[in-house]
Design a protein around this ligand. Structure first.
Ligand code: NAD
Ligand code: GDD
Length: 360
């Protein structure tokens, strides 16, 4: 990626995308610091970083500690999840993520860090242009046409702007990527924050082994559309964007648009099982979403290319192995325990470190 050996901070580096990114940076010889308020569940610390800082990145002093003497900062920390989570936690998400995004950027500036990467989202695009499942693709310029999706999208749009202003006003180079729906091994697959690809890997496997006629529950009519991006393409894209000369937001996603019914079928094919789809009410988010990749191709001469069926080939066995591991250790008494619709509403700030009684 870069000939120089750098000191890199990955904020939120114990999470899904952050841990894969940190692993890649470490494998390329950089000194990698991960700051997160949670530990990574799947990798040993030495596998993905040289130093782990257990910090709440909503707090400026902690961000200053984390970014101290770093050359590059990648901020992947955020309170996030799939539709089951972001639709029911708007207030907490807006507060948590605003504090993290603003304080990480300001700390990187105060500490003289040279480059800063901000991870934005497709949720910044206006909801009213995503009402049709046959939509053609979101172009970067569509961002300012109206209301973003929920408080999660609103915070990301504001934080994109402040990140770009810092790059203009101060001697720090800033880069912004708009991730669409990223999936792969080590991603959240249960608990309520999981996104559709992981949810269907779990549900299809369990529907098969739990003996309930292969019934898989799908929120909505399943004709909603999305494009999904495999984690290896995402990490490659982050590094290319960070190294590029382009200082405005870029979509980072595959542009292979599929319906939610399609993804259920793809998972069932990979698993070699047949399933019965049962459509039930649930949080659906936008009706149709795809990425227009013209600009990333123009700027980087590259775009994500891993097909959904190939990514699911790698993701499904990993999720299956996680369920089997939990089963064998008696974590869940019966497979059916994984079938239930997990759509928790959390009223705490989701902090693993603060004093709020509801968080402990
Ligand atoms: P993730 O939840 O796996 O990782 C986020 C990490 O941030 C977690 O490890 C979490 O513990 C940490 N974190 C949250 N609040 C923190 C705090 N106050 N202090 C310290 N650490 C904190 O999510 P991910 O999928 O890896 O997403 C990474 C980034 O990409 C996020 O900014 C997210 O909004 C963005 N994004 C992801 C997707 C996707 O499909 N995964 C899509 C769009 C945008
Ligand atoms: N998560 C989930 N679980 N989604 C389901 C399920 C299920 O069991 N069944 C059907 N769906 C449908 C949802 O109703 C939604 O219409 C679609 O699958 C995709 O849902 P998610 O994967 O949860 O999220 P999203 O694509 O709407 O938004 C995600 O991607 C954004 C970036 O593109 C979220 O993770 C956002 O946080 C992220 O920024």
């Amino acid at each position: 990626m870069c000939e120089l050996k750098l000191k890199c901070l990955v904020g939120g580096g114990a999470g899904f995308i952050g841990s894969h990114l940190a692993k890649r940076l470490k494998s390329e010889g950089h000194y990698v610091i991960v700051a997160d308020w949670a530990r990574n569940e799947y990798f040993e610390q030495y596998e993905f970083c040289d130093e782990f800082l257990h910090l709440d990145l909503r707090v400026l002093e902690n961000c200053l500690k984390a970014t101290d003497l770093c050359d590059w900062v990648f901020n992947l920390a955020a309170d996030m999840g799939g539709m089951g989570y972001i639709e029911s936690n708007q207030s907490i998400i807006l507060w948590n993520n605003t504090m993290i995004s603003f304080n990480m950027l300001e700390a990187a500036r105060r500490n003289g860090c040279k480059r800063f990467f901000y991870s934005s989202t497709a949720c910044i695009y206006p909801e009213h242009i995503q009402m049709n499942e046959k939509m053609t693709g979101l172009r970067e310029d569509d961002a300012w046409l109206g209301k973003p999706q929920g408080s999660y999208g609103l915070e990301k749009l504001v934080s994109e702007e402040i990140t770009m202003h810092y790059g203009h006003d101060f001697p720090i180079i800033t880069r912004v990527a708009r991730f669409h729906n990223i999936y792969g091994p080590q991603g959240t697959w249960k608990g309520g924050r999981e996104k559709a690809p992981a949810a269907f890997c779990r549900k299809v496997f369990v529907a098969h082994v739990a003996g309930n006629n292969g019934e898989v529950q799908i929120w909505g009519d399943g004709q909603q559309t999305r494009s999904f991006c495999y984690i290896d393409d995402c990490v490659e894209g982050i590094l290319r964007i960070m190294m590029s000369n382009y200082d405005k937001p870029l979509n980072l996603s595959s542009d292979e648009m599929v319906s939610i019914n399609d993804i259920c079928d793809i998972v069932a094919d990979v698993a070699s099982v047949s399933v019965q789809k049962k459509h039930i009410p649930g949080p659906e988010g936008v009706r149709g979403r795809n990425s227009d990749n013209s600009r990333i191709k123009e700027v980087l001469n590259w775009a994500p290319s891993i097909l959904l069926k190939d990514g699911i080939q790698k993701t499904y066995p990993w999720i299956r192995s996680q369920i089997e591991k939990e089963q064998s250790t008696g974590h869940i008494a019966h497979y059916a325990g994984y079938l239930s619709e997990v759509r928790q509403v959390w009223l705490s700030c989701q902090c693993s470190m603060c004093e709020h009684p509801e968080c402990n």
